[in-house]
Design a protein around this ligand. Sequence first.
Ligand SMILES: Cc1cc2nc3c(=O)[nH]c(=O)nc-3n(C[C@H](O)[C@H](O)[C@H](O)COP(=O)(O)O)c2cc1C
Length: 467
Amino acid sequence: MARVILGVGAGIAAYKACELLRLLKEAGHGVRVVPTPDALRFVGEPTWAALSGEPVATDVWSDVSAVPHVRLGQAADLVLVAPATADLLARAATGMAPDLLTATLLTARCPVVYAPAMHTEMWEHPATQHNVATLRERGAIVVEPAVGRLTGPDTGKGRLPEPAELFALAESILSSRTDRGVSPAPAVTRGGAGTGDGPVLAGRRVLISAGGTREELDPVRFLGNWSTGRQGYAFARSATARGADVTLVAANVELPDPAGVKIIRVVSARDMHAAMLAEAATADAIVMTAAVADFRPVARSESKIKKDGLVPEPIALAENPDILAGLSARRAADGPASQVIVGFAAETDPDLDAARAKLARKGCDLLVVNPVGNGRGFGGGDNEAVVLGADGSATPIPRRSKDALAGVVLNLVAARLKLVSCPIDRLLAAKLCQVTSLTDGEERGPSAVHLGVGYGGPSRQDGRPDQ
Ligand SMILES: Cc1cc2nc3c(=O)[nH]c(=O)nc-3n(C[C@H](O)[C@H](O)[C@H](O)COP(=O)(O)O)c2cc1C
């Protein structure tokens, strides 16, 4: 159970925070609701008190002997502000503390998440964007608003993401505190501290593919696979929880949109190939979880193929582009060299030697080898894997939730990003990466053989030059 502060600003979406509160409470968390004084014009104090089972105050003058303006923030595991109004973001960015919520934002040393909601014009105003950038620089997670219906008849960017998605994001942040048993997070998340020591992927752009591609045979039939996109969506949530700016290329996924994520929808392998290549150049990390069809029908019938009592023709297939190998080749040709690329290898009978050969062939940095079929992998809420590194490392991840698995892999990504992008000699950086992996107790395996070779030792085993 965690201690959560649910801050509520004076926006029309305040009523949605009731649902968010209910979800947090049902998950067993202790939640103290701290509305701003004006927020009580939208949803009243009795509602918050009854749903949370805790007292509700908006100013710093109630229960003064308990010093709530300091204690609430100090004791919190997470501060989640939903909705965050333009005015509240401005007060937080400038460090003003005229009410209990803004005072709490200054004393919190835990992750702080703002979910802004306002009209598109208010969101896009340079003042608001400047405040958002300031808060992000200080380590807070500011979720991008959703696009859709706003308060009146108008639509646009500025909607509060769905409460279920904000809840999933909160759970992802809270669970990242416990990921460390397998893979230590490289930095402490301190959204409220103003130290710049923020979430491990703060300011990084992460591109993720999810779902299963479909290759059309005719207007009503396709060749496809069982992937639901759950693992990719878990990566999107976990990357957002680590402060990243996330773009998700989703193939035929029917899950709710993760909060604060840009989504590009595609159908076929070739659509996904084009979308991933278009987005790749500016990505710091790419995670390819999608199940992409290796082949497509050579021809697509314009009308529904009929039985007509005939023996059907065999379906002739053509090979689809290899997206993962293509992304690695693009990086090698055009950079950025510091980009980290993660592939997935879903196997019915995982063979680590074959997977290592695949890792080298694809030219990526990490390959997540996970068992699929017979109830494993696709669809369910859990997954297990071994993450192979191009540096020879192997990190087993025992069965756990897909969010938790994503968190462990992203910690490995963050460790690589941190080292390979620092402005010291790249060869030295690559060697430090191996040494750090071992001292963290994070990875095991053949990387140990590199330790004795010093800085003049052999280069990476995947054939790519050291970075
Ligand atoms: C009906 C109504 C709806 C409003 N909705 C929003 C909103 O969604 N987002 C926002 O930033 N401000 C909204 N405002 C303006 C804020 O309520 C106003 O800026 C207020 O001072 C913000 O208070 P806070 O800083 O305590 O959140 C709305 C005002 C009214 C009257």
